[in-house]
Design a protein around this ligand. Structure first.
Ligand SMILES: Nc1ncnc2c1ncn2[C@@H]1O[C@H](COP(=O)(O)OP(=O)(O)OP(=O)(O)O)[C@@H](O)[C@H]1O
Ligand SMILES: [Mg+2]
Length: 513
């Protein structure tokens, strides 16, 4: 417990003293119980936009509220202010916030809480230390705190007459947390608020929009101020007429903008799961056929900063097949993809040059190159350099992984590798792979491929089919997938040139994988 009961620090230049515990207890904020929007305006000094206001009213009036939306509408901003409203207006309340990763708890929601608290027009009482994720008015009895989803046990044992649990980015939160949360929602005045991008079908967040008992809301980019102010609709994206409608400054440039959304329209297309979730604010169609759920990818991007690795990298090299495609080199160390480099318009020799440069620079222990198409030419170039630990990967070849009954598990090596990547990104899995944040191309590539699984082996759709849907080749995603290639066993007898002190390529490839 960092917060101490009733402690206030007098600052000579403070505009007004913070309210004391007794004053809050005497109902200093009680009048706002019925009007959270007014509290945000009068006490916290912020104006909410219409959907934020509706969310606040829903939470005031309903025990369970779930809201799905596109990116950047002020969800986390809203969550932070909801926390402060509930905590300060309801006596001896307990508020718990959580998000899929600790970074999101600490650096997103609690950063917003700290900012709202520090900038309040009427300095609030209670204790909130810099960087803290707990704000206490009276110790553990009257408090708001951020909890990590790594510890479901921590969600147990809270009892208060007024209790609120707020889950930001709810699609990425694991089911055991929701189960634990159910256990604390026992008192009369309880609130459970789920809010987030609709990235993942299945799970409590998804079901909250289909099951009774929830008050739900939704926001698409086209509902938000920077669109409605100028009357921009999806038709304007189709006809590319959105720009000419913007005749003045954006009313809320901090929220999602038409330029950002249109960029995704062009890059991802309307039917990409990332577009559905981040622009339309709807759950992706056919999400059950996606190899990797979008929420797993987002989570992997969120743990990137805190994931520490040491050791030698593996490179995955995807070679462009045609004019518009890019070649990509992914650099992975253990459970962290450090970076994916993409190149336009390089011939095989030039790309081999880049691979050699990167390999030497990062001291890679393995270089996996897809050789089904033009990659064979790149591999031939690399073979001329003995220090390059080349592993040639024929992605269309058969996979030799079998189940306990001896049946083949994967349709081919491509399916095997995509599945290895899927397992690596599975939040319940052992590996917890981290992906570079802010790489939207990679996110889109990884979210695009579909699979078929009926009774036979797992089949991943052909790259051409993914390309048709994505509107471009998923090169960055394939490069990451290639870092999961198994090491090819030597198929031919090795011919070692006379007198040459060479280490056979397969021995170099073999170590430490
Ligand atoms: N009503 C508001 N007044 C002023 N600033 C706001 C308001 N709502 C949101 N913002 C600001 O807009 C930006 C985006 O808000 P926020 O991060 O809360 O959106 P989000 O919907 O949670 O985004 P994401 O989808 O990325 O999680 C932030 O800088 C936030 O502080
Ligand atoms: Mg947010």
């Amino acid at each position: 417990m960092k917060a101490k009961k009733g402690k206030t620090k007098a600052k000579p230049q403070a505009k007004a003293p913070k309210l004391k515990q007794e004053e809050i207890e005497d109902g200093a904020f009680e009048e706002y119980q019925e009007d959270p929007v007014k509290m945000v305006r009068e006490v916290l000094g912020s104006a909410l936009w219409s959907h934020q206001k509706t969310l606040f009213e829903y939470v005031r009036d309903n025990p369970r509220v779930s809201w799905r939306s596109c990116h950047g509408i002020g969800k986390s901003f809203g969550v932070a202010r909801l926390v402060l409203w509930f905590l300060f207006s309801f006596e001896y309340s307990i508020v718990i916030t959580t998000s899929p990763t600790w970074r999101q708890v600490e650096k997103i929601v609690w950063k917003e809480i700290r900012s709202a608290y520090a900038n309040a027009k009427i300095p609030l009482g209670g204790n909130l230390a810099p960087k803290a994720t707990q704000l206490s008015i009276d110790g553990d009895e009257w408090t708001a705190m951020g909890l990590s989803t790594n510890m479901p046990d921590r969600f147990q044992g809270f009892h208060a007459e007024n209790l609120m649990v707020v889950v930001d980015e709810a699609a990425g939160v694991k089911e055991d947390i929701f189960e634990a949360v159910e256990g604390v929602l026992t008192s009369e005045h309880c609130r459970l608020v789920l809010i987030g991008n609709p990235t993942d079908i299945g799970g409590t967040f998804y079901r909250s929009f289909r099951e009774p008992g929830w008050k739900t809301g939704a926001t698409s980019a086209f509902d938000t101020p920077n669109f409605t102010h100028f009357g921009i609709t999806e038709e304007d994206f189709k006809n590319n007429t959105w720009k000419e409608k913007i005749t003045g400054p954006l009313p809320a440039p901090w929220l999602i903008t038409p330029a950002w959304a249109y960029d995704k329209w062009v890059r991802w297309g309307k039917h990409h799961p990332a577009y559905s979730a981040r622009v339309d604010g709807v759950f992706p169609e056919q999400g059950e056929y996606n190899v990797i759920p979008l929420s797993w990818i987002e989570r992997a991007q969120n743990i990137w900063e805190e994931t520490e690795v040491t050791g030698q990298p593996v490179l995955g090299v995807d070679v462009a097949r045609g004019g518009m495609d890019r070649s990509a080199i992914a650099i992975r160390v253990d459970n962290k993809v450090l970076k994916v480099l993409a190149f336009h318009g390089l011939d095989t020799q030039e790309l081999a040059g880049e691979v050699i440069r990167v390999c030497r620079e990062v001291d890679a222990r393995l270089v996996n190159v897809e050789i089904d198409g033009l990659g064979a030419g790149v591999a031939d170039e690399l073979k001329k350099h003995r220090d390059i630990p080349l592993n040639e990967v024929t992605v269309g070849s058969g996979s030799d992984v079998v189940d306990a009954k001896g049946n083949r598990v994967y349709g081919n090596l491509r399916a095997q590798m995509w599945w290895a990547l899927r397992n690596a990104l599975d939040p319940k899995g052992d590996m917890q792979l981290a992906l570079p944040p802010d790489d939207d191309e990679l996110l889109a590539d990884l979210a695009a491929p579909h699979y078929n699984y009926k009774s036979g082996p797992i089949q991943i759709e052909k790259k051409e089919d993914t390309k048709d849907r994505l509107g471009r080749s998923p090169d960055e995603g394939d490069a990451v997938m290639l870092t999961f290639a198994p090491i090819k066993k030597p198929q031919h007898r090795l011919v070692i040139p006379r007198g040459a002190p060479v280490t056979p390529a397969w021995m170099i490839q073999g170590y430490g994988h």
